[in-house]
Design a protein around this ligand. Structure first.
Ligand SMILES: C[S@@+](CC[C@H](N)C(=O)[O-])C[C@H]1O[C@@H](n2cnc3c(N)ncnc32)[C@H](O)[C@@H]1O
Length: 295
Protein backbone atom coordinates (compact mmCIF):
# COMPACT_ATOMS: atom_id res chain seq x y z
CA UNK A 1 0.00 0.00 0.00
CA UNK A 2 1.38 3.44 -0.93
CA UNK A 3 1.30 5.90 1.94
CA UNK A 4 -0.07 9.23 0.76
CA UNK A 5 1.31 12.31 2.46
CA UNK A 6 -1.43 14.16 4.27
CA UNK A 7 -1.07 17.87 3.46
CA UNK A 8 -0.10 20.03 6.40
CA UNK A 9 -3.27 22.16 6.32
CA UNK A 10 -5.34 19.00 6.79
CA UNK A 11 -3.80 18.38 10.23
CA UNK A 12 -6.34 20.74 11.75
CA UNK A 13 -9.19 18.56 10.45
CA UNK A 14 -7.40 15.49 11.80
CA UNK A 15 -7.06 17.12 15.24
CA UNK A 16 -10.77 17.92 15.18
CA UNK A 17 -11.68 14.32 14.39
CA UNK A 18 -9.41 12.81 17.05
CA UNK A 19 -10.74 15.21 19.68
CA UNK A 20 -14.29 13.90 19.02
CA UNK A 21 -13.65 10.18 18.72
CA UNK A 22 -12.01 7.73 21.13
CA UNK A 23 -9.28 6.89 18.65
CA UNK A 24 -5.56 7.63 18.89
CA UNK A 25 -4.14 10.09 16.35
CA UNK A 26 -1.93 7.57 14.50
CA UNK A 27 -4.96 5.38 13.86
CA UNK A 28 -7.03 8.37 12.68
CA UNK A 29 -4.16 9.25 10.32
CA UNK A 30 -3.99 5.67 9.03
CA UNK A 31 -7.75 5.66 8.40
CA UNK A 32 -7.52 8.95 6.50
CA UNK A 33 -4.64 7.68 4.38
CA UNK A 34 -6.54 4.51 3.50
CA UNK A 35 -9.63 6.49 2.53
CA UNK A 36 -7.66 9.07 0.53
CA UNK A 37 -6.64 6.21 -1.75
CA UNK A 38 -10.31 5.55 -2.38
CA UNK A 39 -11.00 9.27 -2.99
CA UNK A 40 -8.20 10.24 -5.45
CA UNK A 41 -10.22 13.31 -6.57
CA UNK A 42 -9.97 14.72 -3.04
CA UNK A 43 -6.27 13.94 -2.83
CA UNK A 44 -5.72 15.75 -6.12
CA UNK A 45 -7.59 18.78 -4.76
CA UNK A 46 -5.39 18.73 -1.68
CA UNK A 47 -2.07 18.61 -3.49
CA UNK A 48 -3.05 21.10 -6.22
CA UNK A 49 -2.45 23.86 -3.72
CA UNK A 50 -5.98 25.22 -3.64
CA UNK A 51 -6.99 27.28 -0.60
CA UNK A 52 -8.29 25.06 2.17
CA UNK A 53 -11.47 27.17 2.49
CA UNK A 54 -12.14 26.46 -1.19
CA UNK A 55 -11.57 22.70 -0.80
CA UNK A 56 -13.85 22.56 2.22
CA UNK A 57 -16.75 23.83 0.12
CA UNK A 58 -16.46 21.00 -2.43
CA UNK A 59 -19.12 18.27 -2.32
CA UNK A 60 -16.46 15.60 -2.91
CA UNK A 61 -14.52 16.83 0.13
CA UNK A 62 -17.65 16.78 2.30
CA UNK A 63 -18.36 13.23 1.13
CA UNK A 64 -14.80 12.26 1.99
CA UNK A 65 -15.01 13.66 5.56
CA UNK A 66 -18.34 11.88 6.03
CA UNK A 67 -16.73 8.61 4.87
CA UNK A 68 -13.81 9.09 7.30
CA UNK A 69 -16.17 9.64 10.25
CA UNK A 70 -18.32 6.67 9.26
CA UNK A 71 -15.27 4.41 9.00
CA UNK A 72 -13.89 5.55 12.38
CA UNK A 73 -17.31 5.06 13.95
CA UNK A 74 -17.53 1.55 12.48
CA UNK A 75 -14.05 0.62 13.75
CA UNK A 76 -14.91 1.87 17.24
CA UNK A 77 -18.21 -0.04 17.34
CA UNK A 78 -16.38 -3.37 17.19
CA UNK A 79 -16.27 -5.07 20.59
CA UNK A 80 -13.66 -7.69 19.88
CA UNK A 81 -10.60 -6.11 18.23
CA UNK A 82 -6.94 -6.88 17.40
CA UNK A 83 -7.76 -10.11 15.56
CA UNK A 84 -4.15 -11.28 15.01
CA UNK A 85 -3.12 -10.53 18.57
CA UNK A 86 -6.22 -12.29 19.84
CA UNK A 87 -5.45 -15.44 17.79
CA UNK A 88 -1.89 -15.56 19.12
CA UNK A 89 -3.05 -15.09 22.72
CA UNK A 90 -5.64 -17.82 22.28
CA UNK A 91 -2.83 -20.15 21.12
CA UNK A 92 -0.89 -19.35 24.31
CA UNK A 93 -3.99 -20.00 26.40
CA UNK A 94 -4.39 -23.47 24.87
CA UNK A 95 -0.75 -24.22 25.77
CA UNK A 96 -1.11 -23.10 29.41
CA UNK A 97 -4.30 -25.12 29.78
CA UNK A 98 -2.55 -28.22 28.39
CA UNK A 99 0.33 -27.69 30.81
CA UNK A 100 -2.16 -27.24 33.68
CA UNK A 101 -0.13 -24.30 35.05
CA UNK A 102 -1.22 -22.82 38.40
CA UNK A 103 -3.81 -20.01 38.30
CA UNK A 104 -1.21 -17.31 39.17
CA UNK A 105 0.59 -18.11 35.92
CA UNK A 106 -2.67 -17.72 34.01
CA UNK A 107 -3.73 -14.28 35.21
CA UNK A 108 -1.32 -12.16 33.18
CA UNK A 109 -2.34 -13.88 29.94
CA UNK A 110 -6.04 -13.67 30.83
CA UNK A 111 -5.69 -9.90 31.30
CA UNK A 112 -4.04 -9.58 27.89
CA UNK A 113 -6.89 -11.55 26.35
CA UNK A 114 -9.50 -9.41 28.13
CA UNK A 115 -7.81 -6.33 26.63
CA UNK A 116 -8.92 -7.49 23.19
CA UNK A 117 -12.60 -6.90 24.06
CA UNK A 118 -13.40 -3.21 24.46
CA UNK A 119 -16.04 -3.62 27.19
CA UNK A 120 -13.96 -5.94 29.32
CA UNK A 121 -10.80 -3.90 28.77
CA UNK A 122 -12.48 -0.77 30.16
CA UNK A 123 -13.17 -2.65 33.41
CA UNK A 124 -9.59 -3.92 33.95
CA UNK A 125 -8.49 -0.99 36.18
CA UNK A 126 -11.37 -1.56 38.61
CA UNK A 127 -12.21 -5.29 38.48
CA UNK A 128 -10.97 -5.76 42.05
CA UNK A 129 -13.36 -3.08 43.36
CA UNK A 130 -16.10 -4.42 41.11
CA UNK A 131 -16.08 -7.89 42.72
CA UNK A 132 -15.31 -6.59 46.18
CA UNK A 133 -18.39 -4.32 46.15
CA UNK A 134 -20.63 -6.93 44.58
CA UNK A 135 -19.79 -9.60 47.15
CA UNK A 136 -20.31 -7.20 50.00
CA UNK A 137 -23.96 -7.06 48.94
CA UNK A 138 -24.62 -10.72 48.02
CA UNK A 139 -23.25 -14.09 49.08
CA UNK A 140 -20.83 -15.91 46.80
CA UNK A 141 -22.99 -17.56 44.14
CA UNK A 142 -23.08 -21.26 43.29
CA UNK A 143 -24.35 -20.59 39.80
CA UNK A 144 -23.98 -17.69 37.36
CA UNK A 145 -25.49 -16.92 33.98
CA UNK A 146 -23.69 -14.22 31.98
CA UNK A 147 -25.75 -12.71 29.15
CA UNK A 148 -23.85 -11.06 26.25
CA UNK A 149 -20.77 -12.02 28.25
CA UNK A 150 -17.94 -10.82 25.98
CA UNK A 151 -14.70 -11.83 27.70
CA UNK A 152 -15.97 -10.81 31.14
CA UNK A 153 -16.04 -14.43 32.48
CA UNK A 154 -12.21 -14.47 32.29
CA UNK A 155 -12.16 -11.89 35.08
CA UNK A 156 -14.04 -14.05 37.56
CA UNK A 157 -12.01 -14.94 40.71
CA UNK A 158 -12.48 -18.68 40.10
CA UNK A 159 -9.39 -19.56 42.17
CA UNK A 160 -10.89 -18.24 45.41
CA UNK A 161 -14.60 -18.89 44.81
CA UNK A 162 -14.83 -22.60 45.33
CA UNK A 163 -18.56 -22.33 45.99
CA UNK A 164 -19.15 -21.76 42.30
CA UNK A 165 -20.43 -24.88 40.54
CA UNK A 166 -21.93 -23.60 37.27
CA UNK A 167 -21.07 -20.66 35.03
CA UNK A 168 -23.08 -20.30 31.82
CA UNK A 169 -21.74 -17.65 29.42
CA UNK A 170 -23.72 -16.59 26.35
CA UNK A 171 -22.57 -14.43 23.44
CA UNK A 172 -23.18 -14.43 19.69
CA UNK A 173 -19.50 -13.74 18.93
CA UNK A 174 -17.93 -17.05 17.81
CA UNK A 175 -14.37 -16.14 18.69
CA UNK A 176 -15.27 -14.93 22.16
CA UNK A 177 -17.01 -18.25 22.83
CA UNK A 178 -14.14 -20.23 21.32
CA UNK A 179 -11.67 -18.51 23.71
CA UNK A 180 -13.94 -19.16 26.70
CA UNK A 181 -14.32 -22.80 25.66
CA UNK A 182 -10.55 -23.21 25.77
CA UNK A 183 -10.65 -22.52 29.50
CA UNK A 184 -13.49 -24.94 30.28
CA UNK A 185 -11.38 -28.06 30.96
CA UNK A 186 -8.97 -26.03 33.13
CA UNK A 187 -11.82 -24.91 35.41
CA UNK A 188 -13.15 -28.41 36.13
CA UNK A 189 -14.87 -29.55 38.35
CA UNK A 190 -16.66 -26.21 37.85
CA UNK A 191 -19.06 -26.59 34.95
CA UNK A 192 -18.14 -23.68 32.73
CA UNK A 193 -20.45 -23.65 29.75
CA UNK A 194 -19.90 -21.01 27.03
CA UNK A 195 -22.73 -20.94 24.46
CA UNK A 196 -22.53 -19.25 21.09
CA UNK A 197 -26.01 -17.99 20.38
CA UNK A 198 -28.06 -14.94 19.56
CA UNK A 199 -30.25 -13.89 22.46
CA UNK A 200 -33.24 -13.83 20.14
CA UNK A 201 -33.06 -17.67 20.03
CA UNK A 202 -32.91 -18.20 23.76
CA UNK A 203 -35.39 -20.38 25.63
CA UNK A 204 -34.47 -20.15 29.29
CA UNK A 205 -35.81 -23.61 30.08
CA UNK A 206 -33.14 -25.12 27.77
CA UNK A 207 -30.27 -23.07 29.13
CA UNK A 208 -30.00 -23.60 32.85
CA UNK A 209 -28.57 -26.99 33.77
CA UNK A 210 -28.39 -26.35 37.48
CA UNK A 211 -30.76 -28.53 39.42
CA UNK A 212 -32.69 -25.52 40.69
CA UNK A 213 -33.39 -24.34 37.10
CA UNK A 214 -32.59 -20.87 38.41
CA UNK A 215 -29.12 -19.35 38.78
CA UNK A 216 -28.05 -17.40 41.84
CA UNK A 217 -26.67 -14.50 39.82
CA UNK A 218 -27.15 -13.12 36.30
CA UNK A 219 -24.60 -10.73 34.85
CA UNK A 220 -26.09 -8.43 32.22
CA UNK A 221 -23.19 -6.06 31.88
CA UNK A 222 -23.51 -3.27 29.31
CA UNK A 223 -25.93 -5.44 27.33
CA UNK A 224 -29.32 -3.78 27.97
CA UNK A 225 -28.56 -0.60 25.96
CA UNK A 226 -27.18 -2.82 23.15
CA UNK A 227 -30.36 -4.93 23.02
CA UNK A 228 -32.51 -1.80 23.32
CA UNK A 229 -30.97 -0.53 20.08
CA UNK A 230 -30.98 -3.95 18.38
CA UNK A 231 -34.40 -5.36 19.18
CA UNK A 232 -36.46 -3.71 21.91
CA UNK A 233 -38.85 -6.68 22.09
CA UNK A 234 -35.99 -8.85 23.42
CA UNK A 235 -35.94 -6.83 26.64
CA UNK A 236 -39.03 -8.75 27.82
CA UNK A 237 -37.05 -11.94 27.46
CA UNK A 238 -34.13 -10.51 29.45
CA UNK A 239 -36.56 -9.49 32.20
CA UNK A 240 -37.37 -13.16 32.69
CA UNK A 241 -33.78 -14.34 33.11
CA UNK A 242 -33.95 -17.23 35.60
CA UNK A 243 -31.80 -15.77 38.38
CA UNK A 244 -32.24 -14.64 41.97
CA UNK A 245 -29.94 -11.63 41.62
CA UNK A 246 -29.55 -9.68 38.41
CA UNK A 247 -26.63 -7.31 37.96
CA UNK A 248 -27.19 -4.78 35.16
CA UNK A 249 -24.78 -2.05 34.10
CA UNK A 250 -24.39 0.75 31.57
CA UNK A 251 -21.60 2.91 30.25
CA UNK A 252 -20.74 6.39 31.43
CA UNK A 253 -18.86 7.41 28.29
CA UNK A 254 -19.83 6.63 24.69
CA UNK A 255 -18.01 3.80 22.96
CA UNK A 256 -17.04 5.92 19.97
CA UNK A 257 -17.13 9.60 20.97
CA UNK A 258 -15.59 11.45 23.88
CA UNK A 259 -18.96 12.35 25.37
CA UNK A 260 -21.03 11.25 28.35
CA UNK A 261 -23.99 8.98 27.78
CA UNK A 262 -24.66 8.44 31.48
CA UNK A 263 -28.12 10.05 31.56
CA UNK A 264 -29.33 8.21 28.47
CA UNK A 265 -28.07 4.83 29.71
CA UNK A 266 -29.44 5.48 33.21
CA UNK A 267 -32.88 6.14 31.72
CA UNK A 268 -32.69 2.88 29.72
CA UNK A 269 -31.67 0.84 32.77
CA UNK A 270 -34.49 2.38 34.83
CA UNK A 271 -37.00 1.54 32.10
CA UNK A 272 -35.69 -2.03 32.17
CA UNK A 273 -36.07 -2.20 35.97
CA UNK A 274 -39.69 -0.99 35.69
CA UNK A 275 -40.40 -3.52 32.94
CA UNK A 276 -38.90 -6.38 34.96
CA UNK A 277 -40.85 -5.52 38.12
CA UNK A 278 -37.70 -6.32 40.12
CA UNK A 279 -36.47 -4.36 43.13
CA UNK A 280 -33.33 -2.28 43.06
CA UNK A 281 -31.16 -3.62 45.87
CA UNK A 282 -27.95 -1.68 45.37
CA UNK A 283 -26.43 1.00 43.14
CA UNK A 284 -22.85 0.79 41.87
CA UNK A 285 -20.66 3.50 40.46
CA UNK A 286 -17.29 2.56 39.04
CA UNK A 287 -14.87 4.56 36.95
CA UNK A 288 -16.46 4.26 33.50
CA UNK A 289 -19.50 2.17 34.37
CA UNK A 290 -22.50 2.27 36.67
CA UNK A 291 -25.07 -0.36 37.53
CA UNK A 292 -27.75 -1.83 39.73
CA UNK A 293 -28.20 -5.07 41.56
CA UNK A 294 -31.79 -6.25 41.21
CA UNK A 295 -33.57 -8.91 43.20
C1 LIG B 1 -21.16 -4.09 25.20
S1 LIG B 1 -20.53 -5.72 25.05
C2 LIG B 1 -20.59 -6.27 26.73
C3 LIG B 1 -19.71 -7.44 27.01
C4 LIG B 1 -19.65 -7.89 28.48
N1 LIG B 1 -20.95 -8.11 29.03
C5 LIG B 1 -18.89 -6.89 29.30
O1 LIG B 1 -19.51 -5.96 29.84
O2 LIG B 1 -17.67 -7.00 29.40
C6 LIG B 1 -21.90 -6.54 24.33
C7 LIG B 1 -21.65 -8.02 24.06
O3 LIG B 1 -22.91 -8.59 23.72
C8 LIG B 1 -22.80 -9.41 22.59
N2 LIG B 1 -24.09 -9.35 21.89
C9 LIG B 1 -24.64 -8.27 21.28
N3 LIG B 1 -25.85 -8.59 20.80
C10 LIG B 1 -26.07 -9.89 21.11
C11 LIG B 1 -27.13 -10.79 20.84
N4 LIG B 1 -28.21 -10.41 20.17
N5 LIG B 1 -27.01 -12.07 21.27
C12 LIG B 1 -25.91 -12.47 21.95
N6 LIG B 1 -24.87 -11.66 22.22
C13 LIG B 1 -24.94 -10.38 21.81
C14 LIG B 1 -21.65 -8.82 21.78
O4 LIG B 1 -21.04 -9.80 20.97
C15 LIG B 1 -20.74 -8.29 22.88
O5 LIG B 1 -19.76 -9.24 23.25
Amino acid sequence: MITLDIPHFFCHEMEKISSHYKMDKPLVEKTIQTLLEKHPDVYQLMIQGQAYEEIQRRASYKRFIKAVKKDIYYQLRQYHVHQKESDALQGELKQLVLQEVPWEQMTCLLEQIMSTHISTKERLPFYKTFYHELFQVIDYPESIIDIGCGLHPLSYPFHTHHHLKHYIAIDKDKQVISILNDLASYLLPLIFKPLCMDLKNIHWENISDTQQKKCDLAFMLKIIPVIQRQNKALLNLLCNVPATWVFITGNIEAMTRKQTIYHREKQLLHEFIRLSGKKMIHTFHFDTEFGYLLG
